[in-house]
Design a protein around this ligand. Structure first.
Ligand code: NAG
Ligand code: NAG
Ligand code: NAG
Length: 530
């Protein structure tokens, strides 16, 4: 990769920069690292505005060591939750020497408020263990482990005013999951039938429904309803709306399945029905060295959750169980559905009023048989010899007024790809990290100016396009980068994002790579051989 202009941040002695949070109104990037939280300038991450240190008291460290954990690596405080609580406060949680703790960070003084809360079910004990969390309207939704051993998986909601709402501890609900991502989709907005907002979770878990020698991994999408309060008798303080389905990413024609999901990006839209979910996968059989990106319409997801068939556990022979389609009568209201106007008419105003029959059914049947299929029935992008672990996507309006989805995927290096109709082109490979270490977190600013990458050793900020590296009009056009165009007067390749006011008639862009549109005459031909 060519020389590029990157901005970096790191502090001596501080490692594991793993959690990023942007506040674009305040122009800042918050960074959670090991025993430290930073506030950096969003426009230039090398400018540190604030810092707070959060260490573990010696008594906790001693206990952690006594339980057989390492003083140098495990018995420290890895900040894993960094979420907006309100305008002046962040909610932060750390692993706190295998005894997770949460606190409030006042942004005015940039100090912890010392209102420590139990972090169990909100943050992982183990800094190495998979974990996801998202704050929605002051409530924290997490996917993590509930115990020291890391053996009890949980999807939970913590709210300051209610008790923890959680998944049932049962392999039919969660079976050795690796949590990847969680976010809300505001489906209540402009909803004629009074639908609720949904929180979607993405993870890979061990299959219960397929017969296989050893552990077969299955990528999942699960969801819960924001208004869920648990049941009155059945499913007390448990989700009454937890449903999950298989997320398919495969090449049916080659009989090849990508069955491990690593990261998800939800491309949101003003109209939630236009939401597209992008996910990056590899195969459990890693030796093939392929990564894939699949895209899912939210409408396909909705269809599966609202109409899909349930699966059920059946006992065959004596002790052997098998999952088969449930063909019996499904109780009403539909198990796992959110409360909507239809229910309200029947005086079911919350999950506490759901009939026991519906609750008992969802408790035993959280898995749907119908899978969520990708757009086009296959991957949007397949790459050889790389294991992608991160994805971010931006929808860009090019000068031809069409919109293009630009996909950023990363491991150690970052790839930038664009979907042109049914084709995908990798248009750039950027080496963002100095050492060949993995990217832990990838974040795009919504104004589309910068990419932020966090790793064990620091934070890197990069422009999303490097148009200026293309020296001629032909090179600029052949790059097929929707962010770049050739400026006729300046005789330079410029970013249309950074310079949105440049008069369109002075810009040349042709995303099909047709360099005929470049001015003829004195221009040099590109230094490329065909
Ligand atoms: C923390 O960073 C160190 C140094 O790069 C690395 O060796 C270690 O694996 C990291 N730990 C976690 C939990 O990410
Ligand atoms: C991808 O991961 C697999 C399994 O973990 C490993 O065998 C393979 O070498 C990796 N490939 C690359 C290009 O890193
Ligand atoms: C997904 O949405 C796009 C755009 O709205 C549409 O063209 C496409 O047919 C949809 N695909 C599926 C599988 O629903």
């Amino acid at each position: 990769a060519s020389h590029v202009n990157l901005t970096e941040f790191s502090e001596p002695g501080i490692f594991n920069y793993s959690t990023l949070l942007l506040n674009e109104d305040k122009d800042v990037l918050y960074v959670g690292a090991r025993e430290a939280i930073f506030e950096l300038s969003m426009k230039n991450v090398s400018v540190k505005k604030n810092k707070v240190i959060w260490k573990v008291p010696d008594t906790h460290i001693t206990m952690c060591i006594q339980k057989g954990k390492s003083k140098e690596t495990d018995c420290l405080n890895y900040i894993r939750v960094l979420q907006v609580f309100d305008d002046n406060t962040l909610y932060v949680c750390g692993t706190h020497a295998f005894q997770p703790v949460c606190d409030y960070l006042s942004l005015k003084e940039f100090k912890l408020e010392e209102k420590q809360e139990d972090g169990r079910g909100k943050c992982s004990f183990d800094p190495e263990q998979s974990f996801t969390a998202v704050m929605v309207d002051g409530e924290l939704y997490s996917g993590t482990a509930y115990n020291f051993l890391g053996s009890e998986p949980i999807i939970s909601r913590y709210s300051p005013s209610q008790s923890l709402l959680r998944t049932e501890y049962s392999t039919s609900w969660l079976n050795e999951p690796s949590f990847v991502y969680a976010d809300v989709i505001r489906e209540s907005k402009n909803s004629a039938d009074g639908e609720d907002d949904k929180i979607y979770y993405f993870f890979t878990e061990v299959s219960v429904e397929y017969e296989f020698f050893g552990k077969l991994l299955i990528p999942r999408i699960a969801r819960v309803c924001k208004g869920d309060l648990g049941g009155q008798r059945t499913l007390q303080k448990k989700w009454t709306t937890f449903l999950k389905a298989k997320l398919v990413c495969s090449m049916p024609e080659l009989n090849f399945v990508f069955n491990v999901v690593h990261d998800v990006f939800i491309l949101k839209n003003e109209d939630w029905k236009e939401t597209v979910i992008y996910a990056v996968f590899t195969s459990q059989w890693g030796n093939v060295g392929l990564s894939a990106v699949c895209a899912y319409n939210i409408s396909s997801v909705e269809e599966v959750f609202s109409k899909g068939k349930y699966m059920q556990k059946a006992t065959v022979e004596q002790s052997h169980t098998k999952w088969v389609r449930y063909n019996g009568i499904i109780p009403s209201p539909r198990p796992g559905a959110c409360i909507n106007n239809n229910n309200r008419i029947q005086n079911i105003n919350s999950s506490l009023h759901m009939p026991d029959k519906t609750l008992q059914f969802i408790k035993d049947h959280p898995l749907l048989e119908d899978p969520v299929l990708p757009v086009g029935n296959g991957p949007r992008l397949i790459t050889k010899d790389v294991n992608y672990t991160q994805i971010a996507v931006e929808r860009v309006q090019a000068l031809d007024d069409n919109v293009y989805d630009v996909i950023f995927t990363g491991t150690g290096v970052l790839h930038k790809s664009v979907i042109y109709g049914s084709e995908v082109h990798i248009i750039e490979e950027i080496q963002l990290l100095r050492y060949s270490e993995p990217i832990k977190t990838l974040l795009l600013s919504s104004q589309g100016r910068f990419l932020y990458v966090a790793s064990d050793t620091g934070v890197v900020q990069s422009p999303i396009a490097f148009c200026e590296k293309y020296a001629t009009c032909e090179e600029c056009i052949l790059a097929r980068d929707p962010y770049c165009a050739w400026h006729l007067d300046a005789e330079a390749c410029v970013s249309i994002i950074q310079d949105p006011v440049a008069a369109r008639w002075s810009l040349v862009q042709s995303l099909d790579g047709d360099a005929e549109k470049c001015p003829r005459g004195k221009e040099r031909l590109p230094k490329l051989c065909f």
